[in-house]
Design a protein around this ligand. Structure first.
Ligand SMILES: [Zn+2]
Length: 406
C-alpha cells in the first residue's frame, strides 16, 4: 500500500495530469502494454469506473482484509482478463483486471489459526497475537476474530471462479503497528468514499502483530496458492530474513537439482532438438498447463512487491535451487518515496535479472494517477537498465505475462 496520504484526483483529463512528461522526455509508448503488478483501487470504489479509460493494459488488484474481498471479486467479475491476448494486444474496453485474494499482514491479528481454535474469547486471542499485551479498551475496539480455515475456504472458492486469480496481498511486516481506535470526531470526519478497515491516517498504537502469527497466516495462504497452482503477491517490510525463512520452509525438500555449468552444456547439446520443438507449442496451452499442474506446498510464482531489501537479499532469492520463479516489483511510492532511496533503487534494479522485473503503482485508486505512477516507475527502471523505452516495456510486459500465466 502507498504510505502517501490520499490525494484528490479530480476527473483528470490528460491536460490536468501531474506532469511527469517534461517536453524533453520521449513520448511514452503505452501501446507496448504496461501492466500494474500490484494495486488497491477497491480502496476507492468511485475510481473503478475509470479503469476502462486507463492507458495501462492490465492491473492486478489486491484484496487485503474482510472489507475488500467481495469488492475485488465483484470488480473482476466484470473486468477480468481471460487470455494472453488481452495482454498482448491493445485493450479495448475495461477488461483489464487480474484479481488477487489474500489477507494482508496488517490485518493478520484478525484471523486465528487451528492451533488457537480452542481460544474461546476474543480477549484471549488478541492477547496471544499482539505485543505488548493490549488493554481491554483496545481489544474492545477490534473486530471479532475470524477462523483462518474459514477464510481459506472462502478464498479457495474465489480462486476457483477465475483460473487467473492469484493469492495476495500476503506477507510479513515487522514495522507496522495497529492504528489507534477511532475517536468520535475522527470517525465522523472519515472520507466517505474510502473502503473501511484501513488505517486512513489514524495515529498508530504501540501494538504489533507477533511475527510468528503473521508467518502462520502467510504460510497457510501460500500453501493454498501452491495447492491450486496460483501465483502470489507478497509484502515484506523490515522482515526480509523472516520472510525468506518462511518461504524456504515451504519449499524445503523440493529444491531443484543444481547442475554444474559443464553438465548443463552437455545436457543442452544433447537435448537441443527436443527443446526447440517443445517451445512455442505449449506456450499458449494454458488450460493444458493448468490441468498438468501438480499441487505443491508453495506457489509456482511469487512477486515480491515494492521490493525494498538490499541487493544481497535479492541474490538469495535467485539461488538456482529455489523451485519458485520469483519476480521483483518496484513502485515510485515505496522504492522512490524519498530522495535518499535513488541509489539503493538503482543498485537493486541493476542486480534484478531482466526477466524477473515488474512494475506497480501500489495505489489506492484507479485512473490517471495510477497511469502516471506506472509511467514514472517504468521510465526510472528503463533508465537504470539502459533500456530504450519500447524495448524495456516489452521486457516488463513479457515478464508480467509469465507471472500471470506461467
Ligand atoms: Zn499493497
Amino acid at each position: 500500500m502507498c504510505p502517501t496520504s490520499h490525494q484528490p484526483t479530480g476527473n483528470g483529463t490528460d491536460d490536468a495530469r501531474p506532469s511527469s512528461q517534461s517536453p524533453s522526455q520521449a513520448p511514452f509508448p503505452w501501446h507496448v502494454g504496461v501492466c500494474d503488478a500490484h494495486c488497491h483501487p477497491t480502496d476507492t470504489m468511485s475510481s473503478i469506473a475509470r479503469i476502462g479509460g486507463m492507458k495501462a493494459r492490465a492491473i492486478t488488484i489486491m484484496a487485503t482484509r474482510a472489507q475488500d474481498q467481495d469488492l475485488v471479486a465483484d470488480v473482476s467479475n466484470n473486468l477480468a482478463i481471460s487470455s494472453r491476448n488481452d495482454l498482448r494486444t491493445e485493450a479495448e474496453g475495461p477488461r483489464r483486471v487480474v484479481p488477487a485474494f489474500g489477507w494482508h499482514p496488517w490485518f493478520s491479528h484478525q484471523l486465528f489459526d487451528g492451533a488457537e481454535s480452542q481460544l474461546s474469547s476474543k480477549a484471549k486471542h488478541y492477547g496471544e497475537v499482539l505485543t505488548p499485551a493490549p488493554d481491554a479498551e483496545f481489544i474492545e475496539s477490534l473486530p471479532e476474530p475470524r477462523r483462518l480455515a474459514d477464510f481459506l475456504a472462502e478464498t479457495r472458492q474465489r480462486l476457483e471462479r477465475n483460473p487467473l486469480a492469484m493469492v495476495g496481498e500476503v506477507g510479513v511486516d515487522k514495522a507496522f503497528r495497529l492504528p489507534q481506535n477511532w475517536d468520535r470526531a475522527e470517525q465522523s470526519a472519515r472520507e466517505a468514499g474510502i473502503t473501511p478497515g484501513g488505517r486512513e491516517g489514524r495515529m498508530l498504537s504501540p501494538y504489533h502483530v507477533k511475527p510468528q502469527h503473521q508467518v502462520n497466516i502467510l504460510k497457510a495462504q501460500l500453501r493454498l496458492a501452491g495447492e491450486t497452482g496460483r501465483a502470489a503477491s507478497i509484502h515484506g517490510v523490515q522482515a526480509h530474513g523472516v520472510l525468506f525463512e518462511a518461504l524456504e520452509s515451504l519449499w524445503k525438500g523440493h529444491e531443484k537439482e543444481v547442475i554444474s555449468r559443464r553438465k548443463k552444456r552437455l545436457v543442452a547439446e544433447g537435448a537441443e532438438d527436443f527443446s526447440s520443438s517443445d517451445e512455442g507449442e505449449d506456450d499458449d496451452d494454458d488450460e493444458g498447463r493448468r490441468a498438468a499442474y501438480r499441487p505443491k506446498p508453495f506457489p509456482p510464482r511469487i512477486c515480491l512487491h515494492s521490493f525494498s531489501a538490499p541487493v544481497q537479499m535479492l541474490r538469495q532469492y535467485l539461488h538456482p535451487a529455489i523451485p519458485v520463479e520469483i519476480f521483483f516489483s518496484f513502485s515510485t511510492c515505496v522504492n522512490l518515496g524519498n530522495a535518499g532511496l535513488e541509489t539503493k533503487f538503482a543498485e537493486v534494479v541493476k542486480a534484478c535479472p531482466d526477466d524477473r522485473l515488474l512494475v506497480e503503482s501500489d495505489l489506492h485508486m484507479a485512473g490517471d494517477e495510477m497511469d502516471c505512477q506506472l509511467e514514472q516507475i517504468a521510465r526510472k527502471v528503463c533508465a537504470v537498465k539502459g533500456w530504450e523505452l519500447e524495448e524495456g516495456l516489452r521486457i516488463i510486459r513479457n515478464n508480467y505475462e509469465r507471472f500471470i500465466f506461467g
